[in-house]
Design a protein around this ligand. Sequence first.
Ligand code: SAM
Length: 234
Amino acid sequence: MNYIRSKNYENFFTNEFLMGPNSLKLMEELTSEMSLKQGMRVIDLGCGTGLTSLFAAREFGVQVYAYDLWVTAGENYNRIKEWGMEERIIPIHGDANEMPFAEDFFDAIITADSYHYYGNKSGFFKEKVAQYIKQGGQFGMIVPGFKREPDEKTHLLFDDILKEEFSEWQTLEWWKKVFIGDGLKISKAWESEGFEELWADWLRTDNPYAINDKKCLTEEHFAEMNFVAVAGTV
Ligand SMILES: C[S@@+](CC[C@H](N)C(=O)[O-])C[C@H]1O[C@@H](n2cnc3c(N)ncnc32)[C@H](O)[C@@H]1O
């Protein structure tokens, strides 16, 4: 995929903002399969430093509720003010397991490189997420995952690197089954075309986690990994 929109944000491909492989390109890829329209109310679930919220608000004119657990609302609000986006992005600190919103309040929920931390179980979407999206509204997620069902070799390769995160990574087929079971009407489910490019953007930063990733990850690892994405409606 040619990430045309993300090119306008190259100043943000830095240690300060990125929390992993290029999240702007992840969000561009995800939203290219959704239909976000000006004025829609959208949750960016697990928004991190709010980069992906900035992208959605600017590119589509949506109002974004930037919801995250590890980053405080205050930290994100400071960034949002610097960006001059306080009318369009609302920072909220909270856990995806107990969102504080009214039912049917949102036109869409988008989530990049986050949903696997909490949503990787059957029933989560149905019980904790779907009720906040209005009838016919949209959901889209993109997360790191495995290309094939993990086996012993995958464990040997990844156990020390991913640790407890290992069980959070799944294959595309696994996610499809879970979302279908939870009632999402899937419009598209796919593996990222830009995996190598997104990783290269991250490994170019001097973020300590990126430096560590560069030390630990080999071609053998990359051969097993990808980003997997699902988009659909409720
Ligand atoms: C790797 S970062 C990605 C952040 C951002 N989406 C991006 O792509 O730059 C994962 C994010 O998921 C969020 N997260 C993890 N568990 C969460 C939970 N239970 N509820 C809400 N957010 C959560 C973390 O706070 C973190 O900011």
